[in-house]
Design a protein around this ligand. Structure first.
Ligand SMILES: NC(=O)c1ccc[n+]([C@@H]2O[C@H](COP(=O)([O-])OP(=O)(O)OC[C@H]3O[C@@H](n4cnc5c(N)ncnc54)[C@H](OP(=O)(O)O)[C@@H]3O)[C@@H](O)[C@H]2O)c1
Length: 330
């Protein structure tokens, strides 16, 4: 059997990236106990870094990218799943050290999978994908910290991106008042339709700021890192929390301890890649309970494998908005 996939290669002639035909024999060399037909994958920031070779994401060559996938079990030697079950894959090093899901088939470990929630279609699941699942992990950390809607606004940075858009949808459904920080200030209508109450220009967060600034947010979800994260921490109300999950502006964190020791704020690190099974299932349950198709359609674009390169480049340039899902059937 042969099938279509994106293949990333690096050798003495440099980096290359192509949509190509792979064999099942080659795929089965990837460690795993479960063969899956992938129906949809998606383009996350990490996939975009891998596809464009802009960041050190891929640690084994050649690599099939794709940290996200939803598909049907073809066969499995694990007793957790049977032929025909629909499952979701997020992370676990797929697309980094193990062939991922920008491919019509994947060979994966059953321990990495979770069942597709009953009220979600495969397409809806990938409309959210790792971006949505990470947004849910961020929202859960804010709820667990005890932040209630009446305590004030929640700031969401990188608001028009995948994590940002779904975080806004979810927080709005849960009754929170949201301030969206975006570099695309002409996207106010889009952000308000998602549920943002206020929109600010994220460039106000991108320069070096004072260690303690006016207390403005009960909590925040930050996808940017660097000076933006430092400024967000400096603006959190006493006892509040920042869920930090991204590095779109930078990997550094040029902050001081002032907001932590003088305002008692918490910086919660969010990792989707290695999160344990119960946390994943709870995050997907939150998404499945609160998001509906109409809302997802507003933020979702569907593309083919051949269009991934172009979208990945636009994503790294910060030019896209919402979520790009990849239909492996087209
Ligand atoms: N920790 C985890 O497990 C985890 C999981 C998923 C994602 N992430 C990280 O979270 C971040 C967002 O992921 P995503 O999938 O939502 O990506 P995305 O769809 O590309 O969204 C990122 C958004 O950030 C803003 N942005 C991008 N580059 C920027 C820059 N140089 N300066 C300022 N703003 C910039 C843009 O929004 P605006 O134009 O609206 O500002 C962009 O749409 C990435 O860093 C990703 O690696 C981490």
């Amino acid at each position: 059997m042969s099938f279509k996939a994106i293949l990333l290669e690096k050798n003495i002639t440099g980096f290359s990236n192509k949509v190509t035909s792979l064999t099942q024999e080659a795929l089965l060399k990837q460690e795993g106990d479960t063969l899956i037909e992938i129906h949809y994958s998606s383009i996350n920031y990490k996939d975009a870094l891998a596809i464009t070779n802009k960041g050190p994401v891929v640690r084994m060559w050649p690599m099939v990218p794709g940290i996200d996938g939803v598909g049907t079990i073809i066969n499995s030697t694990s007793d957790q799943y049977k032929e025909g079950d629909l499952v979701i894959l997020n992370g676990w090093g797929c697309g980094e050290t193990h062939w991922g899901c920008l491919s019509q088939y994947a060979h994966l470990k059953s321990d990495w999978l979770i069942p597709l929630p009953k009220n979600l279609t495969p397409k809806q699941a990938m409309s959210m994908g790792t971006a949505g699942y990470t947004a849910a992990l961020c929202v859960q950390s804010i709820i667990k910290h005890g932040i209630k809607p009446e305590q004030g606004n929640i700031l969401v940075t990188g608001a028009t991106g995948g994590v940002g858009s779904i975080a806004i949808l979810l927080l709005a459904k849960l009754g929170y008042s949201i301030t969206a920080a975006t570099s695309k200030i002409d996207n106010i209508d889009y952000l308000q339709q998602l549920g943002a109450n206020h929109v600010i220009d994220s460039r106000t967060l991108s320069e070096v700021g004072k260690p303690l600034q006016k207390e403005q947010w009960a909590a925040a979800i930050d996808v940017l890192g660097s000076h933006a994260l430092a400024n967000v921490c400096a603006q959190i109300q006493y006892g509040g929390i920042v869920a930090a999950c991204g590095l779109a502006q930078g990997l550094d964190f040029p902050s001081t301890v002032a907001p932590f020791i003088l305002r008692g704020i918490t910086l919660a690190g969010i990792d989707s890649v290695m999160a344990p099974y119960p946390k994943r299932v709870a995050a997907w349950d939150l998404l499945a309970t609160h998001l509906d198709e109409q809302q997802l359609n507003r933020i979702t674009h569907t593309i083919s494998l051949n269009e991934c390169q172009k979208v990945a480049e636009e994503m790294i340039a910060g030019q896209i908005r919402g979520r790009y899902i990849v239909d492996l059937g087209i």
